[in-house]
Design a protein around this ligand. Structure first.
Ligand SMILES: C[S@@+](CC[C@H](N)C(=O)[O-])C[C@H]1O[C@@H](n2cnc3c(N)ncnc32)[C@H](O)[C@@H]1O
Length: 300
């Protein structure tokens, strides 16, 4: 495997990590997203820029999935998570859901993220919100050979990550290995649907290159091989459509306001790209090219 040394800085922290070309593509994709760039820059500016951040006003930036904080709250209800549970958040991004789980459900969370910049930003935000005793942020590849070996958990949480993971067997083996007795793995994620090829761009991939969607049958079979079985799987097209329609309305308002004020900024470009991704997501759902779902699996 070809490894690239990725280095950079975030505040005072020097980053240096060996990544495969595939991982570098994933990293470049996420650190260049407007929400991630914006949050990383806010943290670098520090001081009053950071002082007012809280779980609610961060949510349009640190909840990196369809439906943002509303989706996380609905997912937590669907799971019926017991207060004080231990949670392993695989592919935790900027840590928005980890912080919600820690603050609203008193969960003890271990959050694992591939991109050093996102992981550092997540860690800073967690400290800023005073949640560092409840959340450990680790920068690791959740499909690493030999697994993560970081203990056992009541819940393994996978939210909008599965669709981007090429090595699904490694991911499910890793998730299974970290389950405590009676534990569960839960997904808020995407499956390939029967409606035909996916229309790009979407928010996790511009052209499908860093997207690895399984269909329901492949998903079930891969879980079986990892010693897991699905206990619940609920497609959520209507719910996801309503979340996206709401965001689209908000985006349209912002875009027309910016245009009527003559703005030609990179922010306007970012909002217009986001609007295209939301439109495509809505078409993909309507035409059953993509199936958003909540799912749960247990050891067999
Ligand atoms: C769409 S974001 C979701 C982040 C978070 N779960 C959320 O919902 O806010 C997908 C995240 O998965 C991470 N990721 C993708 N492949 C990974 C891997 N092999 N190991 C760890 N993280 C990974 C990406 O870097 C990205 O931060």
């Amino acid at each position: 495997m070809i490894l690239t040394n990725v280095s950079g800085t975030l505040g005072d922290i020097r980053l240096s990590i060996n990544m495969s070309n595939y991982d570098v593509k994933i990293r470049n994709h996420w650190i260049n997203r407007d929400n991630c760039k914006d949050l990383i820059a806010t943290l670098e500016r520090g001081g009053s820029h950071v002082a007012d951040l809280d779980i609610d006003n961060l949510s349009s930036r640190d909840q990196m999935h369809a439906g943002l904080l509303n989706a996380t709250k609905t997912f937590v209800e669907w799971i019926d998570l017991k207060p004080g549970s231990s949670v392993l958040d695989l592919g935790s991004g900027l840590g928005g859901s980890a912080r919600y789980l820690a603050s609203a459900c008193s969960a003890a969370v271990t959050a694992v993220e591939l991109c050093p910049e996102l992981n550092e930003a997540a860690n800073s935000l967690t400290r800023h919100l005073g949640l560092e005793d409840s959340i450990d942020h680790l920068c690791m590849d959740i499909t690493a050979p030999g697994g993560l070996k970081i203990g056992k958990f009541d819940l393994v949480w996978i939210q909008h990550v599965d669709m981007q993971v090429a090595k699904k067997s490694e991911l499910y083996t890793c998730a299974a290995e970290h389950l405590a007795k009676g534990g569960r793995i839960v997904w808020h994620d995407w499956l390939a649907g029967p409606g035909g090829p996916v229309i790009w761009p979407l928010f996790w991939s511009a052209d499908g290159e860093i997207s690895f969607l399984a269909d329901r049958e492949e998903f079930t079979n891969l879980l079986k091989t990892a010693g897991l079985e699905i206990s619940r799987l609920e497609p959520i097209p209507d719910l996801t459509t309503s979340w996206f329609e709401k965001s689209r309305l908000g985006l349209s308002r912002v875009i027309s306001k910016m245009k009527s004020s003559g703005s030609k900024s990179s922010k306007l470009d970012a909002f217009e790209s986001l609007a295209t991704e939301v439109d495509n997501a809505l078409i993909n759902i309507r035409e059953k090219r993509l199936i958003p779902f909540f799912g749960e699996a247990v050891s067999r």
